[in-house]
Design a protein around this ligand. Structure first.
Ligand code: ATP
Ligand code: MG
Length: 581
């Protein structure tokens, strides 16, 4: 999908609100809410909803509530609740005193249910879940009434009170709305409002054994909180009829439900159930694994809240479901970090480089700007230079291809900020692996130029071996190797896990200034991408750095490479076959 980088988010909901403000529909009030169920960690899809709800409130001097939709004791936990609070705060949003729990409304909801029953608009049904499903009909066939549908109000009141008192087993009875079993909208075919769950709730403990369903709870919670615009994702379009029905029947304050298209992001997944499977089955390290689309994972990886907000603003809000290329998320991170991240040098895969004509024991210090585009903006740091350096292994080629301008026998290259060096000798170990590269340097080229104006095409980064800080660096790639891992009918999404999504560089060498790296600072390692300290695994002995994102979009190139590699393998296989014959 193509996105306009600088276009303001086109937002049909903002237009609705503007019209409502103009007409005085809500007396100029704007009250939205973000209503997560505490059954998992928040992900980038939730961020879209958070930015939208809090953003609309802020743009209209309104308020946005954080409400836990905690009606299912089976899946909800305090751990999730705490993480959601932390994540929304981290994203930069503030609900003030407006933190609410649907479970705080259980008593009120029960009273509302009694009212519906008293007015003949709800009944206790003894059918099993399976029977209810069988009675429901299909899109083309109307459903059938339950044999219990015509119970008297008194009998319904009695049974419902006894459900609450714990007299009946789980699954033996439910409370249903009495609407229309032939309704063209399946949601309206006598939906379940309450079920029996003999399970402790993380907030109400053992107080309740009946729990209200989402469709009953949500609209009434919105009503109780006097929400004006109840914004949800498109899957709830059919549920709007029920949202309106409940509020109309009870004649209570009635917010407007508005649906928008959820975020689908390529090469990852948004299903909380599947993300939980990834965690439980050990495919990732945890909810905070830096490859996860969770906010806690992205935060650990080094994404800034600003970059996520920028991404959400750019993707906009629409009515049509669409897929967003991961490129846009990474682009937002690059755009945000470009002006913020100090530039430093780090060698991820070190190869020793010895400058034979540089005096042993001598150390020079180069004062290098953190931000070469605008040196005063971030200042400078001293970078020591000496006879033995580390350079990147892939910056050397013994037999270079045609336009390889970096280190190769006889070739001259610029060491960033320092000198020109020319490769004179290659030392290999017994296995034939290059162990060391020897060079001579041109003392006249200090600072990266020469009096004779001689030009070199390549510039590489380096670290003085004696001053280097050993570190572990972790490089991340897409968690899945296909755009829509959950969308393959006869294949499990696990089959598409990218085996190369984590690459560990255990022997990286970093410039000394990173010895006092700040946990909150994101750095650009020149030519290698944006990095930050891993808050979890870094120790006093060894820093661990995460790569947040590469400098350029490398995925397009990787796909191309894969295709070429595949073609080459096929060619070789064909050749072998021929030979055999
Ligand atoms: P569940 O299947 O558990 O309901 P959920 O992802 O809908 O999963 P909720 O906790 O109900 O989780 O979501 C809270 C809010 O975030 C809801 O209003 C939901 O519409 C919104 N939301 C969830 N996923 C996305 C997404 N991919 N894009 C935009 N909004 C989302
Ligand atoms: Mg939901």
């Amino acid at each position: 999908m193509a996105l306009e980088e600088s276009a303001p988010a086109s937002n049909f909901i903002a237009n609705i609100i503007a019209a409502d403000n103009a007409s005085g529909k809500w007396d100029g009030r704007v009250v939205t809410r973000f209503p997560p169920e505490p059954n998992g960690y928040l992900h980038i899809g939730h961020a879209k909803s958070i930015c939208l709800n809090f953003g609309l409130a802020a743009d209209n001097q309104g308020t946005c509530h954080l409400r836990f939709d905690d009606t299912n004791p089976a899946k909800e936990e305090q751990e999730y609740l705490d993480s959601i609070i932390a994540d929304v705060k981290w994203l930069g949003f503030d609900w003030g005193e407006h933190l609410y729990y649907a479970s705080d409304y259980f008593e009120q909801l029960y009273e509302f249910a009694l009212k519906l029953i008293s007015e003949g608009k709800a009944y206790v049904d003894d059918l099993s879940a399976e029977e209810i499903r069988a009675h429901r009909g299909t899109l083309t066939r109307p459903g059938q009434n339950s044999p219990y549908r015509e119970r008297s109000v008194d009998e319904n009141l009695d049974l419902f009170e006894r459900m609450k008192a714990g007299e009946f087993d789980e699954g033996s009875r439910v409370l249903r709305a009495k609407i229309d079993m032939a309704h063209p909208n399946m949601v309206m075919r006598d939906p379940t409002l309450y079920r029996i769950r003999k399970m402790a709730h993380h907030r109400t403990g053992d107080a309740w054994v009946i729990y209200p369903m989402y469709d009953f709870t949500h609209c009434l919670s919105d009503s109780i909180e006097r929400i004006t615009h109840s914004i949800c994702t498109l899957e709830f379009e059919d549920n709007r009829a029920l949202y309106d029905w409940v509020l109309d029947q009870l004649e209570v304050y009635h917010p407007q439900q508005i649906e928008f298209a959820r975020l689908n992001l390529e090469f990852t997944m948004m299903s909380k159930r599947k993300l939980l499977e990834l965690v439980n089955e050990g495919h990732v390290e945890g909810w905070d694994d830096p490859r996860m689309p969770t906010l806690i994972g992205m935060r650990r990886r080094g994404f800034t809240p600003e970059s996520i907000r920028l991404f959400c603003e750019r993707i906009g809000v629409g009515k049509k479901s669409s897929w967003i290329d991961m490129y846009w998320l990474e682009k937002a991170v690059r755009d945000d970090l470009n002006t913020k991240a100090p530039r430093v040098m780090g060698v991820l895969d070190p190869l020793k480089l010895v400058i034979d004509n540089y005096p042993e024991g001598r150390v020079e210090e180069f004062e290098c700007p953190y931000y070469p585009d605008d040196p005063p903006a971030m200042g400078t740091r001293p970078v020591p230079f000496s006879r033995e350096l580390y350079v990147e292994r892939d910056d050397f080629m013994e037999e270079p291809y045609k336009k390889f301008w970096r280190l190769a026998p006889g070739q001259e290259v610029r060491l960033r900020w320092a000198y020109y060096v020319t490769c004179t000798e290659v030392v290999k170990d017994d296995a034939g692996e290059v162990k060391e590269v020897h060079c001579t340097y041109d003392p006249e080229s200090k600072g990266g130029g020469t009096p004779d104006g001689r030009r070199v095409k390549g510039t590489i980064h380096w670290i003085s071996a004696a001053h280097a800080i050993p570190a572990e660096v972790r490089l991340y790639d897409r968690l899945f190797s296909v755009a829509n891992p959950g969308g393959h009918k006869d294949k499990d999404y696990r089959e598409f896990l990218n085996p190369d999504s984590l690459m560990v560089m255990p022997n990286a060498r970093l410039e000394p200034s990173l010895g006092s790296a700040n946990i909150d600072t994101r750095y650009q390692f020149e030519r290698r991408g944006y990095f930050c300290l891993d808050a979890k695994d870094t120790t006093a002995e060894k820093p661990v750095f995460n790569r947040i994102v590469t400098l350029r979009d490398s995925w397009a190139k990787i796909l191309e490479q894969q295709k070429r590699e595949e073609a080459r393998r096929k060619r070789e296989a064909r050749k072998k076959k021929k030979k055999k014959k």
